[in-house]
Design a protein around this ligand. Sequence first.
Ligand code: FAD
Ligand code: MLT
Ligand code: ZN
Length: 480
Amino acid sequence: MNDVIARLRELLGPDCIIDLALAEGFLSDWRGLFHGNAACVLRPRSTDLLAQSLRICHESGVAIVPQGGNTGLVGGATPDNTGLQVVVSTGLLRKIRKVDPVDMSIVAEAGATVAELQNAAAEARASFPLSFASEGTATLGGALATNAGGISAVRYGSARDLLLGMEVVLPDGRVWNGLRTLRKDNTGYALRQLFAGSEGTLGIITAAAMKLVPLPVAREVAFCAVKTEDQVLDFWMKLRAAAEGNVRAIEYLSGSCVELAKREGLRSPVEKADHYVLVELTSSRPEAGLKDFLEAFLTDRLEDGSIADAALAQSGEQQKQIWRLREDQTEVQKKAGYDFKHDVAVPVAQVPGLLRRSRAHIGAVFPDATLVPFGHVGDGNIHLNVILPAALGAERAAEQGRQISKSIYDIVVSLGGTVSAEHGIGRAKVDLLESKRDPVELDLMRRIKASIDNEGSFNPGKLFRLSRTETRSRKSGLSE
Ligand code: FAD
Ligand code: MLT
Ligand code: ZN
C-alpha cells in the first residue's frame, strides 16, 4: 500500500493527497452514523489525472470509494474501517465547461455543486432545475450517482431525467467520453443511465451534460393547513388539474414537523393543524397571473372545506420563511433525538393510507416514538421519519428503531411502494434491498456490476453485500 501511495503522490503532487490527520471530514457521513478509515484521500485536478490514479489503484487491486460533497444520507461515500480503501474526491473537478442557452444544456465537472450549476445557468438566463436543501454542498456527480430527486422532481424529474451525456472513468482507468448534449440519440443502450443511480459502484463520473429549462421569472409560494390525509391528496389532485404546468413544488409536512420547526424559532403563518401543504408555482412569463390564480384556487379550497387555512406569501422574504419550515427539517430532526429515516415512495393514491397506517401502528406499539413525516407528496415520496427521545439511550433506541423500520418498510411494500425513493441504498439499506427486491432484478444488477467492475473494487459493500469470496480476497489484500 505504501508503494501505491508513493506512486499516487508522485502523480498528483502532495496537495492533491490529503493527509489522513486532516481527512476526518472525508471519513464519516453527514449524519455521523458511519465512520471509516482510508489509505489516503485523493483529489485529482483533471479527468486525466483521475484516470491515471485509478489505473495505479487497479493494478494493485486497491478498492475505491468515490466521494462528492459527502451529503448522502445512506453512508454510500464513507470508506470501510480497514484503512485500505482509497477515497477519491471530486472536490477539485468543479469547472463549468459550457452553458448553452440555445441547446438549453450545461456541461459541468462532477465536483461542481448543484448550486454552482444553478448559478451558472441563471447567468445565461436559464435554469438548472434540480433543487434540494443540501444543494450548496452536494455535487453534480453525487446527485447523478444517487439519482437525487428533491423538491422540483414533480415537474422536472430526478437527476437522471435531466441527464443528456456523461464522462466516466471506469474501474480499469479507461475514460468513456459520452458527453453528448443531443436530445435524441437512439444508438443502443443508454449507458449514461447505468451510471445514474449506480452510487459509485461502476466508476467515477467526472463530468456530465444536463438539461436546462427556461428561467422562472414569476414565483408564488403558499402554505396551507389541512385537516386530513385524504384532503392532502385531494388538494394535490385539484391543483394538478388546474395548474400542473406551473407547479414547481408540492411538499407535505405533518403537524409534528411544523411543531419541531417552531421549537427552533421558525414561525408558521397558518393555524395549527395535523397536516400542511407547501405549494410553489413558477412561470417563465412575468405576466403569468400566478398570484391571481393561486389566490382564487385557495379561496375555492377554503370554501369547499378541503383546507382549513392558507397563507400566500406577499414578499420574497415571506416565501423564504415558508420554505425554511420545510427545508430545515433534516437539520431540525437531526437535533431532536435519535432520528430514523425512511425515504420511501408509494403510488400517489396510497399516500394517505401510508400516513394513516404508519401513525396507527407506531402510536400503538412504540409510545416513545414521534412520527415526523414530510416530503415530496406529488411524487408519492414521503420521508417517513421517526424520532426517539435521547433519554431512551443509544442501545434501546437502536433496538426500537430497528423494529420501527421493519414495520414501516413492511407497510410500504404492502402498498406497492419502494424502500428507497431518492436517497439510494448506500451502506445503510443493503440488506433491505436484498430482502425486498425481485431475485431476477438483483441478479441482473450483479451481472452489470461484474461486467464493468469485475474485480469488485468500486465502492465494495455499497448497494450489494460483499460476497464471501470478495470478503476473503479483500482480507488477503490486507496482508499484502
Ligand atoms: P456524496 O454524499 O459524496 O456521495 C453519494 C454517493 O454517490 C456515494 O455512493 C458516492 O460514492 C457516490 N458518488 C459521489 N460522487 C460520485 C461521482 N462523481 N461518481 C460516482 N459516484 C459518486 N437527496 C435527495 O434526493 N433529495 C433531497 O431532497 C435531499 N435533501 C437533502 C437534504 C439535506 C440537508 C441533506 C444533508 C441531504 C439531502 N439529500 C437529498 C441527500 C444528498 O444530498 C443527495 O443524495 C446528493 O445528491 C448527494 O451528493 P454528494 O455530492 O454529497 O454525494
Ligand atoms: C429532504 O427532502 O429534505 C431530504 O431528502 C429528507 C431527509 O432528510 O430525510
Ligand atoms: Zn427528500
